[in-house]
Design a protein around this ligand. Sequence first.
Ligand SMILES: Cc1cc2nc3c(=O)[nH]c(=O)nc-3n(C[C@H](O)[C@H](O)[C@H](O)COP(=O)(O)OP(=O)(O)OC[C@H]3O[C@@H](n4cnc5c(N)ncnc54)[C@H](O)[C@@H]3O)c2cc1C
Length: 456
Amino acid sequence: MKEMNLKYEICVIGAGPAGLCAAIAAARQGKKVLVVEKNGYLGGNCALGLPLLGFLDLNGKQIIAGMAQEWVDRLTERGMCEGHRTCPKHNSVTCFHSETFKLVAIDWLREEKVDVLLHLEACDTDVQDGRLKKVTFYGKGNRVTVEADMFIDCTGDGDVAYLAGAEYDMGQEDTGVLQPPTVMCTVEGVDTAKFFDYIEAHPEEMTYSATIDHRPGYDAPYFRASKNHVFVGLRQTFTRLRAEGRMPVERETLIYIKSPNPGEIYINSTRLLRTDATDIVSLTNAELEGQRQVGALVEVLREEVPGFENAFIAAIQPNLGVRETRRIRCHDVLCADQAVAGEIPAETVTLSAYKIDIHSGVDRSTIFSTIKEAYGIPYGCLVPKDVLGLMVAGRNIGVDAKVMASSRIMPVCMALGEAAGYGAALALEKGVEAHEVDVRQVRAKILENNGILTRP
Ligand SMILES: Cc1cc2nc3c(=O)[nH]c(=O)nc-3n(C[C@H](O)[C@H](O)[C@H](O)COP(=O)(O)OP(=O)(O)OC[C@H]3O[C@@H](n4cnc5c(N)ncnc54)[C@H](O)[C@@H]3O)c2cc1C
């Protein structure tokens, strides 16, 4: 085994939306930062073809900016994003070309002088007297041990916190059920004009179950007006195909995200029920079954849906998208009643206003609860309560399962990463623990970078 020992001030594990922002924020504070990522590319779920949801609240007011907005600006500069658009179904959508996200990430990390190691998975930790001292990564016959003054776990699954012995929760409070993962794909050759004509002629395709809310105007003219849209529909077709025994996915509707490129869409419609993405056998089965479902779904769309006759799979995304695994127990744990009430705690480091969006892990249903007013996520949700030298950001923070179903969207994860990066840098500068940082200073840095911390 090839051995390497490295020493950094801050080590970020995971290069998804949270990890990239954590690394950039810490580097901008003058810290020597290493990002370690298990994939061969940067971006995490931002590379899957998903839209950035939740920049705007229910009333169309922007509630997330800062570094998350910088990503949008950089993608827009390259002609691969058109900014935020209000959506009668999702509050707002911000669609972008996911391959371009990877390219922006490479340039931006280089610009900020963040070091990167890919193809390495965090597999072991060295905890002494309750403090995380080192994390060991393995990949391609290499064992790389990183010593750092502060680690930020942005793995989505809280892998490092788990390995370091942090307490955590998983699944919905009442049932323990986890939201299901999805294998996504890129499809090209779609005749969108023909498809929208079909949708216009068949309004019954745009009906939803009672748990899914949407406002008027979510229709063919809305989709035609801009390629910046997310389509959720075809309910009639999906219901008919299921009755005929020809529907390969456990979904009531097709969901696609329009890419900025003509005829190109990203499909988010497989659902791998009863999956635990922290269990390697379950994960393997879900990846393979999800890829199989993608193939079968595109085939049936080609046969049945006007506009899809010449569509083809350009890519099956290299990793399934995981919605839910561990939530690390932190100094603060934000609960659904606080979020629904629109509470904004004094130590808030980002707002969030996306719906509570719970995909069932055992059937085809999805339950949405509207968030009427933005709520705040406090800094304490980023600091594990029982491991020192460690912060968490992104999907795996200290919130309950219902809040996670809202706070997991990528712009919020970016904002949480940015806050964790500032918090970690401040802890090192002041020689204090992460939980002892003066959160007013973290908030000041967020505001300096055009972040939003109060409701518009
Ligand atoms: C199917 C699906 C649809 C979604 N739809 C939307 C949507 O439309 N809009 C939206 O805004 N959000 C959406 N989300 C939510 C959002 O994508 C995620 O919650 C968000 O990306 C989480 O960000 P993160 O940085 O915490 O984790 P991730 O984006 O998962 O990034 C984690 C990174 O850590 C790496 N990693 C993991 N474990 C290790 C390890 N042990 N060692 C080293 N590296 C590791 C991973 O490879 C990955 O690059 C969706 C999620 C899914 C799964």
